[in-house]
Each structure stands twice: as structure tokens, then as C-alpha cells.
Design a binder for this molecule. Structure first.
Ligand code: FOL
Length: 165
């Protein structure tokens, strides 16, 4: 499985229950990478999506501790093992962990690749993930050109986990 995320200099991922900022081009990139795949997210990330609805064209798996939680057109799981179990049965070629912070950190060691949009700045934030640059088993294998939007520089990168290779 892989993860896809946008982070700032401090590896912040969220603020006030939502994304750090809006970058044109980044959500279309997210959509292109995840389309027709399985996406795994926490219940709070689901609620942060437009209208609180699952992502179209993808198999949405929601992780929550709430046994009464239901949501149309999704698979609801209550533990990491239940998610892993479901995925092995489902036989999708690719699975993407799409957040939030708690879920990224929970599945980090199970991910082979991380699609990281790096935003070069320090944005207002209250949710963080582990800094992959400080973990020996994660290495950058690809970087896009540098992009810029309203004075904010950003870049798409791919990290690979050599522990799982
Ligand atoms: N990964 C990256 N690189 N950037 C993100 O913004 C991001 N966001 C999440 C997870 N991984 C990410 C979680 N938050 C949508 C909105 C918020 C969100 C994820 C997805 C969303 O509206 N997606 C639609 C529309 C894409 C578009 O505007 O083109 C989708 O169909 O994917």
C-alpha cells in the first residue's frame, strides 16, 4: 500500500479539521493517483471531504472506533487489522492511505511508497505526521519541477520505503 499527502516544512498535514491550504493542481494530482483504487481514511477525514461524502470512483474504507458508525457507499472498519484483512481479500493492485495524521502514522510501516506534496513554508497547523527525511528506511526517488501558487512554492515527490523492498 501507499500513502498520499501534502505537508509543509514541519510535516504538518492539517489545520482546524481540514487541509493546510488549497493548491491548484494538487487535488487533481491526488484524484489522478487514487482514481479506481482503494482509499483508506479515518472518520474525521471522511467528514472533511466535500459534503462529508466518500470519494467518487474509488473504493472508500473508513476507519473508526465507533461500532454504530455507518456511511453509504463505504466499507467501515474498526481496527488496523480489519483494514489489512479487507485489503488482502479485495485484491486491488493499489491501496492509498489518504489520512488524516493519526491514520498516516498508523499505517506508515505498511506503506511501500509515499506520494508527498511538499509545500515550502510554515503554515498554520495542528496535525503532523512523521518526518520521512528523518527515517533511515525512507528515501526520495522522484521529484517534480518546482511549482508556485500565490508565492507558495510546492513540489510533488515520491518516497520509497526500503524496508519493504
Ligand atoms: N494528498 C495530496 N497530495 N493533497 C491533498 O490535498 C490531500 N488531501 C487528502 C488526502 N491526501 C492528499 C484529504 N483531503 C478532496 C478533498 C480533500 C481531501 C482529499 C480529496 C477532494 O475533493 N477530491 C476530489 C476532487 C479533486 C479535484 O478538485 O480535482 C476527488 O475526486 O479526488
Amino acid at each position: 500500500m501507499n500513502l498520499i499527502v501534502a505537508v509543509d516544512n514541519n510535516w504538518a498535514v492539517g489545520y482546524n479539521g481540514g487541509l493546510l491550504t488549497y493548491l491548484p493542481g494538487d487535488l487533481p494530482y491526488f484524484k489522478e493517483k487514487t482514481m479506481n483504487k482503494v482509499v483508506v481514511m479515518g472518520r474525521k477525514t471522511l467528514e472533511s471531504l466535500p459534503k462529508g461524502k466518500p470519494l467518487k470512483g474509488r473504493k472508500n474504507i473508513i476507519l473508526t472506533r465507533d461500532k454504530d458508525f455507518t456511511c453509504e457507499d463505504t466499507v467501515v472498519c474498526h481496527s488496523k487489522d480489519e483494514v489489512l484483512d479487507y485489503i488482502t481479500r479485495y485484491e486491488s493492485d493499489e491501496v492509498f492511505i489518504i489520512g488524516g495524521a493519526e491514520i498516516y502514522n498508523l499505517f506508515l510501516d505498511n506503506c511501500e511508497k509515499a506520494y508527498v506534496t511538499k509545500i515550502y513554508g510554515k503554515l498554520p497547523a495542528d496535525k503532523y505526521i512523521n518526518n520521512l527525511d528523518e527515517l533511515d528506511n525512507w528515501n526520495i526517488t522522484w521529484k517534480s519541477e518546482m511549482k508556485e501558487h500565490e508565492g507558495l512554492k510546492f513540489q510533488w515527490t515520491i518516497y520509497e520505503n526500503n524496508k519493504l523492498k
